[in-house]
Structures are given as structure tokens and as C-alpha cells.
Design a protein around this ligand. Sequence first.
Ligand code: NAD
Length: 430
Amino acid sequence: MTRSRIAGFYNLTLDERRAQLADAADLPLSDLLPFNSLLPTDIASHMVENVVGTFSLPLGVALNFTVNGRDVLVPMVIEEPSVVAGASFMAKLVRAGGGFTATSIDPLMIGQLQVLDVENVEKAAERILANKAELLTYVDAAESSLKSRGGGARDLEVRIIAESPIGKFLVVHLVYDVRDAMGANAVNTACERLAPKIEAITSGRVHLKILSNLTDRCMAKAKCTIPVNELAIVGRDDIPPFAGESVRDGIIEAWAFAAADPYRAATHNKGIMNGVDPVVIATGNDWRAVEAGAHAYAARTGRYTSLSTWSKDDEGNLIGELEMPLAVGIVGGATKVHPAAQAALKLMRVKSANELAEIIVSVGLAQNMAALRALATEGIQRGHMSLHARQVAIAAGATGELIEKVASQMAEERIVRIERAKEILKGMKS
Ligand code: NAD
């Protein structure tokens, strides 16, 4: 069984961290080896075109997560400092309230067929719906390993686009259960199979046949309850103390800003995606697809808004909720091809795409809270600065022990600039 609390993890060397991680995940160290090796170029050159090499990013592990009563160690691939630490810290606070409760629905993807040159779209729509059962059976009759796993065509819907730059046309939605895959290829194949049948029924021309990334039938939801006293901040140095109630109310006020204003909502949701994307990437999933779905869903009412909500319950606890489209897979795409993605799935011990989505949405909520808590109290820069200072020190040419030394001096001086880093470095070397 996995333990997601590992005391003093950040103080260990990389080798010690790997050993502790394997122990906490109850896995042999060899299962985590892909984390410290580059993607082999023979694999890379079969993944995309014109390959000349690979590009690596840091992989950190977020600690303290409990999702649906189970401890989870969360691999995160990201270039931005503070994210892994922020998610881990918030997960620790949420743990005190019982951890994250997450749910997801059947992974239904939508494939779209754009039907043009139809004489009477209303009549054509009726004819398609009258033939629905036969059409679904036809799509499902194709040889498909997805069907044998319980997936396949579930429904057909017809929409009339009344106004567009090319006038009125029909859109057919094929609702398709993709089980443990993200399903883009499976859905696109099914749409192409369906197209000639739709042309025959409508006497029209099927133009586009492609899945929609607004995957609002493939949703995941996370909820957390944080006891108000866990939110208190003990003052130290130049940080004033904050009572739990004031942090809680500050978070709710910050969320209200995002709920009401698209300029703020974009940044608020970016903070959520800071938690979501790194896990999507670590598991070999398509983060552009997840991003597209999240933002389209955030604008579903016609006004772009926050994906999450923050409130308090009758006992005064802080309640966070996040519901968003999350089309991810544990098979298909790069998930089975990239050795580090396989190791990431193993580390999380996920057995289904639903379970993976439930973890990812929980990390998104944790990361959202990390940003709101910092913004509502000490400000975002303070915690970020010392981590950011390390990147600036490296950019200025610091190596080895000098990275930490230059970074701490800049953080202390509160001047985190490359010119200053170079000066400090010069002084240290002379
Ligand atoms: P895929 O076709 O590689 O794999 C899915 C297949 O795996 C299924 O069709 C099924 O045959 C098989 N499978 C085995 N076990 C399964 C299980 N338990 N559950 C479900 N299927 C199982 O991949 P995919 O998921 O269909 O497509 C994902 C890829 O498509 C990603 O790489 C994505 O980047 C890409 N893509 C995305 C878009 C888009 O988002 N707009 C468009 C085109 C392609």
C-alpha cells in the first residue's frame, strides 16, 4: 500500500528520494528507473516526425495526497517552480479534513460530423434520429478492441447550426464510450465509418469528421473540506499572523473575483491547470486536449468564468470544489509508449482512466488553493521568490553549490535579477 507522506523528502539527495519513493510506493526501485533516463531516440523517432533529439523537463513528486481514502504519490512534469511544493502543502491541509473526494462519469467522447448541402435540415435531422438504433449498431459492428472492453457507440444527437458564415447546416454528434483510452483515434475512426451512412440518409455531404475537445460528457469532480484552524498562518519574520477565518474568507473573496471577471478567471484557471497539466504530461496524455476542454467548458455559459468554487460550510470549514472535462487515458497515445509515462501510472497505482482523472482533478483543486491562499495572505511572490532565484542563478551561470548560495543571497536582498546574480557569482568566484 502506498504512503504519500514522506518526512523531509525535499532535504534528501536525488538517489535518497528515489529510494524513499520506491519504499513509500511499495514498488521495486527498478520500476522507477525510467524517471532517471532519457526517452530513447528510437522510441522518440517513432512518436513524431523529423526527430533530431529529445527535450527533458523536471519530474517532481507531489506528496501528502489522499484521494477517495487512498494515499497517492503524484508525478508532475513541469518547468515552473513552486507548483510541486504548493500542491504537496495543500494536500497536507486537505488531508487533515479527510483528503479529496473525487468522482467521474462514464468516459463519453463526442465525435462531430458536419453535414453540408442538405436541402431541408429539419427533415434530415428527423430522418437521422429515426434511424438512430440502426446507425449505432452499424458503428459498433466494426472490429474494435474497445467494444470488447465494454466501450463503443452510445448515442446519436443532431444539432442544427442556424447561423454561420456559410449559412445553416447540420451537425451530428456521435457519443462514444472510450473506456480507458483518451479515445481521439477511436472516435475519429468511428466518425469516418458513420459518414457515408449519414450522407445516404440526408442526401448531403459530410465534410468534417472529428472528435470535439469540449468533452463535457467526460467529466471529473473533486471536493475538499479544510478545517478552518488548519488554515491559520503563524507569523514569522516579516509575515504577519493570519487567523484561519481570515485565510478562509480571503480565499472565498479571491474566488469571487474569478467567478465574476474573465480577466481574473483566466489566471485563476491557469493556476488550476498548473496542477492538472503536469500530471497529464507525466502520464503521456494529450495536455492540449485537456487545456482546450477546460477553457471551452469555463466559457460554456457564454461568459468565461472560474472552473472551481470556494465556500464555507455550517461549521466554518473551507470547502473547495472543482469540476472539469478530463479526457485522459491509461492506454493509447503515448501512455503505453513512453517508459516514464508507464512508470508514472505505476507509481500512482491507477487501474482505470476514471481513477486517473479523479487524481488529476484533485491535484488541480490543490494547486488552485495554493495560489489563492498565497494571494489572499502573504502574496504570491514571497514563496515563489526563493525558488525563482535558483532559476535566475542558473541562468547567470551558477553551478553546483553556488546555485543555492547565489539564490539565497538574492532572496535575502530581495533583488532577484540576472545582473545581480552575475555580480554575486563574480564575487564568490574571486
Ligand atoms: P489509440 O488509438 O492509440 O488507443 C486506443 C485504443 O486502445 C482503443 O481503440 C482500443 O483498441 C485499445 N484499448 C486497449 N485497451 C483498452 C481499454 N481498456 N480501454 C479502451 N481502449 C483500449 O488512442 P486514442 O485514445 O484513441 O487516441 C489518443 C491519441 O489521439 C492521443 O495521442 C491524442 O494526442 C491523439 N489525437 C488527439 C486529437 C484531439 O484531441 N483533437 C485528434 C487526433 C488525435
